[in-house]
Write a protein that binds this ligand. Structure first.
Ligand SMILES: CC/C=C\C/C=C\C/C=C\C/C=C/C(=O)SCCNC(=O)CCNC(=O)[C@H](O)C(C)(C)COP(=O)(O)OP(=O)(O)OC[C@H]1O[C@@H](n2cnc3c(N)ncnc32)[C@H](O)[C@@H]1OP(=O)(O)O
Length: 280
């Protein structure tokens, strides 16, 4: 499709996305006029913790971008935190039906973002623990600001990162580093993340990050989108197939795990600690 035609379609999507954002407003989508690349900004105050509503909007946004054959997407945050990960309140004293929908929607978001046909970049403009890290791991390229942290720190909450969280990290930094990171619940500083390959670039500001992200996506301009996306599928297909095959068992494991007394106690203490931190 010619770029002018494509941009016209992108603008139509943007209009729809804006209308949608106006109604719900947890995700803002702006399509760059020149490049056709969408900047997807998470904006659930205060820390973009991923609850059912935010995940649902992310899922709808990704579906819209795929349908409109997006040229690329940059995922970032409107706040100083990229994303605080899963909303702990979705797992603490949960309503079973909501918990089921919550986890299923998280799985859908992972599948859509991990297998997106268009190029994806995470512009990590603040802390990205656990589910925040997972979102960025689904992308093809990660750009991060200094003085932030990123990692799958689930063990620090007394829970275990599911196998597809672990696989997402392993595909980026390898088995050895993933095992060390997961068993300790490590949150990498920006410098540590760069060293281990968990992120690809460090930028000083979000604006610089947006430029770099556009540059990364622009680097595919001369590559056939068909060949590009099939190559991505070749590399990621095994991980996606195994997640999809195991998703019902994964859901049941999640529901059973969060009902355990010990897990509920751990989550309760973690919530208290977060609140005390704010009061101090
Ligand atoms: C085989 C296994 C199979 C199944 C396993 C079963 C279970 C495993 C399931 C899932 C894996 C879990 C994944 C997750 O993502 S769990 C979430 C992990 N997240 C964190 O540990 C981050 C916690 N937050 C922070 O460290 C800081 O908030 C942060 C550095 C992000 C920002 O700091 P800042 O100083 O800017 O803000 P705060 O004052 O700390 O927070 C403001 C406000 O927000 C509340 N908050 C923070 N994070 C969360 C969160 N993740 N969920 C809900 N609420 C959160 C915080 O309490 C404050 O609230 P309030 O006091 O009411 O203002």
């Amino acid at each position: 499709m010619a770029l002018s035609q494509h941009l016209s379609k992108s603008r139509q999507f943007l209009a729809i996305a804006r209308n949608y954002s106006a109604a719900a407003s947890l995700v803002n989508v702006e399509v760059n006029d020149k490049s056709g690349v969408a900047v997807v900004t998470l904006q659930r105050p205060p820390v973009n913790s991923l609850n059912l509503e935010l995940l649902t909007e992310i899922k709808q946004t990704l579906t819209g971008l795929e349908k409109n054959k997006s040229r690329g997407a940059i995922i970032t945050s409107a706040f100083k935190t990229f994303s605080a990960g899963l909303d702990i309140l979705e797992m603490y004293k949960p309503n079973p039906d909501r918990a089921k929908e919550f986890w299923t929607t998280l799985q859908d978001v992972w599948i859509s973002l991990y297998s997106a046909q268009f190029p994806t970049v995470a512009l990590i403009n603040g802390p990205a623990p656990a589910g925040g890290c997972l979102l960025s791991l689904c992308c093809e390229y990660r750009i991060m600001v200094p003085k932030a942290v990123i990692g799958l720190n689930e063990t620090q909450l007394g829970i275990v990162a599911p196998s597809w969280f672990a696989a997402s990290m392993e595909n980026v930094i390898g088995k050895r580093q993933t095992e060390l990171a997961l068993t300790t619940g490590k949150l990498f500083t920006t410098d540590e993340a760069l060293k281990v390959g968990l992120i690809d670039e460090v930028v000083q500001t979000k604006e610089e990050g947006l430029e770099k992200a556009q540059g990364f996506i622009g680097s595919f301009a001369r590559i056939s989108p068909f060949a590009r996306s099939l190559s991505k599928q070749t590399v990621r297909g095994g991980t996606i197939r195994s997640m999809v095959k195991g998703r019902e068992a994964d859901l049941q494991l999640f529901l059973a795990t969060i009902q355990q007394d010990q897990v509920q106690k751990g989550l309760g203490l973690y919530i208290e600690a977060l609140k005390k931190k704010q009061a101090a």
